[in-house]
Every structure is written in C-alpha cells, then in structure tokens.
Ligand binder design. Structure first.
Ligand code: HEM
Length: 244
C-alpha cells in the first residue's frame, strides 16, 4: 500500500468514527435537553399530525426561511437541493451494483453542482455585502462556506476539467467498507476533494451545520399549540412534582 493510500485509509476511518459518534452524542444531547415551556411559533398546528406536516414543509421547502427572507431562501434552497442531487449521484461510489435510480440521476447530478455552487456563492456574498450580516459573521461562518465551496469546485474540476479514475475511486471506497483497502488514485484534485470532505466530516458534529438534525428538535417548530387543552409538563418538572 502506498503512503498516500495509507494516509487516506486512516483519515477516512477516523473521520467516519468522529462523524458518527459526534453526531450520536449531539443528537442525544438535543433529545434530552428539557423544553420547559410551550413556545411553538404561532400560528402553529393544534394537532400532532399538523406538527408533522409543518415539519415536512420546513424540511422540504424551508418554509419559515421563505417567509422571512426571499434572497436567503433562494440561495439556500439552490445550494441544498443541488447538494442533495450531487450526493445522491455519489451513491455510485458506495454501492455495487449501482441502484437503477442512481444511474438515472447521473446527468442531473452533474449539473446540479452548478446550482450548489451558485447557492453557496450567493450565501457567501451576503456575508460580505449586507452590513448587518457582515457584522455578525464569525470566522467559522466563513470557514464552513469556504470548505463547501472548496469541495464543490474541486469536484466540478474533476467532472468537467480533469477526470480522475472513478473506477479506482470506487474500488477504494468499497475496499474501505469491506475492510480490505485498495489503492487510491493520486491526482491532486481528487486528493484535495477527499481531504476537504474528510475535514467536513470531522468538523460537522461541532459546527453550525448541525442545524440539519437540529431542526427536528426545535421546540418552536415541533410543539403542538395546545396549552389550554393540555397542561404542558416537561419530564423533569413532572418528576419534581411527583416528589421523586
Ligand atoms: C467520500 C466521499 C466522496 C467521494 C468519494 C467523492 C468523489 C467524487 C468524484 C470522484 C467526483 C468526480 C466525478 C466525475 O468525474 O464524474 C466528485 C465530484 C463532485 N463531488 Fe464529490 N466525493 C465525495 C464527497 C462529496 C461531498 C460530501 C460533496 C458535497 C458536500 C461532494 C461534492 C461534489 C461535487 C459538487 C462534484 C461535481 C459534480 C459531480 O460530478 O457530481 N462530494 N466527487
């Protein structure tokens, strides 16, 4: 095994463990954080199925963002939708045989990368051009955007400018999944792409990108608006009340 392959084997195993364990711990923390008050953003659904539907609209259409800011919604939506199609297209590197619908979306995935890039650049431009937003932007806001732009541009360079050996890339990742490492192609664009992806996996559980799982735990979105019909009692408060 070459030095580069060895380095990337270790890097991807470490990044995967950090991502999975880090995410699990974060989600556990979110799930066990008390929500002592009824604070759904009104007008809010008054039934559980209404809340599920609200959540679906939030996740699929970014509804509350749409209501609050059309520009951020437009760029945010372009980026996320583009990334979704790109990532689904990537499933071909991790599945053998490749599922038929992953084959079907290959051409779309290729061009979805433009939507992803335009969205990211729009969101980034906002952090420089809008005074209020520039003032509250922290270095980590810029770093996360830079990381995603770097991944997108290095990926697109492979797709549209200088191809890598995708058959060997797939052999490498299937090898990792089967615990039998195979050689990784060593062209710089691929090494940059994968290095940045590993960095993203490592920082994900301690970054603002946690809004992805976090949205499901947001009390302003996931609560039923029924404070008169039913007394709201957080589990820890119930324990206190019962004298436990
Ligand atoms: C271990 C995970 C990943 C591997 C093995 C991988 C590999 C690749 C390869 C080989 C290409 C070039 C495809 C071609 O020449 O046709 C590519 C393109 C691309 N990658 Fe990745 N990538 C990974 C993760 C990601 C992630 C997490 C993102 C986004 C956040 C991303 C975004 C892109 C984009 C935008 C392109 C260009 C469009 C396309 O061909 O789909 N990649 N990737």
């Amino acid at each position: 095994m070459s030095l580069v392959t060895g380095l990337y084997v270790v890097l991807f195993y470490a990044a995967t463990i950090l991502l999975l364990v880090g995410l699990a711990l974060r989600i556990k923390k979110y799930a066990t954080t008390p929500a002592p008050l009824k604070i759904p953003t009104t007008p809010a659904p008054v039934t559980k199925s209404g809340v599920v539907w609200r959540m679906v609209r939030e996740v699929v259409f970014f509804e509350s963002l749409f209501k609050s800011n059309k520009w951020i919604w437009l760029f945010g939506y372009l980026f996320h939708l583009g990334m979704l199609v790109v990532l689904l297209r990537h499933l071909r590197y991790f599945t053998d045989p490749v599922w038929f619908w992953v084959n079907l979306i290959q051409p779309f995935g290729k061009y979805a990368s433009f939507a992803m890039l335009i969205g990211l650049l729009g969101l980034w431009a906002r952090r420089f051009l809008v005074d209020r937003v520039r003032y509250i932007s922290s270095p980590s806001d810029h770093v996360m955007l830079a990381l995603l732009v770097g991944i997108c541009v290095s990926g697109m360079s492979m797709t549209f400018v200088a191809h890598t050996d995708i058959v060997q890339v797939k052999a490498f990742f299937l090898g990792l999944m089967r615990f039998s490492p195979q050689p990784l192609p060593t062209d710089p664009l691929l090494l940059i792409h994968l290095g940045l992806v590993a960095a993203l996996m490592i920082v994900f559980p301690i970054s603002k990108l946690l809004h992805a799982p976090g949205v499901f735990f947001s009390p302003t979105r996931n609560q039923v608006d029924n404070p008169r019909e039913q007394r709201h009692l957080a589990p820890w408060a119930a324990k206190l009340e019962s004298g436990e």
